[in-house]
Write a protein of this length. Structure first.
Length: 208
């Protein structure tokens, strides 16, 4: 079936990877390389990070639980400092590509996040407004990638069958259930590679 919708992750796709921010924190605080990534991968569906992204923990509860998990793993960290450092540079080429998709396809944003973008002064809002027909946030839905339920929600809201959707994410673990449902998936390593792969799928130019 022809592609009718394009679905995009945020961190690592529209912006640079949050893992870069993790590594900066590790270097600045004397933690082993990729300690934070490993911490988040341990008990990945029930750890503090996952529970906060499903809005099951308040921010203060998350901080206490996350710091306790780090201590159990042998290191101390400041959860508030980790979160405050989670900023990534927006990739202008991806914004251009999404805009061009939006002119011809249904477009969706699907993100695991810790607070709804509608709360407070979210910097994400200025980059996503007008680009997407559908915005799916784990903090609002109470479900997060890679739970298949969140992809079912995406299909329903996009009004498309999985075989009509192309999905871009920087993590293979998030792509696997989408591919199993029938979506075309693209693992994002950098903007140029991802846009070339997306052009091949949708069949039209995505660059200025």
């Amino acid at each position: 079936m022809p592609i009718r919708a394009a679905l995009f992750d945020f961190g690592g796709v529209i912006s640079t990877s949050p893992f870069e921010a993790f590594n900066r924190y590790e270097v600045a605080n004397g933690l082993p390389e990729n300690f934070l990534r490993g911490l988040n991968a341990t008990n990945s569906d029930s750890n503090a990070w996952a529970r906060h992204e499903r809005n099951e923990l308040s921010f203060d509860e998350f901080c206490d639980a996350y710091e306790a998990e780090a201590a159990d793993a042998g290191h101390r960290l400041d959860a508030r400092a980790v979160i405050s450092g989670l900023s990534g540079a927006i990739r202008p080429d991806m914004i251009e590509a999404i805009g061009r998709c939006h002119e011809r396809l249904r477009t969706g944003l699907i993100t695991n996040n810790m607070a709804p973008m509608s709360e407070g002064d979210s910097p994400m809002l200025s980059f996503v407004e007008g680009l997407f027909d559908v915005i799916i946030e784990s903090s609002k839905m109470g479900v997060r990638k890679p739970d298949p339920k969140i992809y079912e929600i995406a299909c329903d809201e996009l009004g498309a069958q999985p075989s009509e959707i192309v999905f871009l994410d920087d993590l293979g673990v998030n792509l696997k259930p989408a591919a199993a449902m029938g979506m075309t998936t693209i693992k994002v390593y950098d903007a140029s590679q991802a846009i070339s792969a997306l052009e091949a799928v949708v069949g039209f130019a995505l660059r200025a």
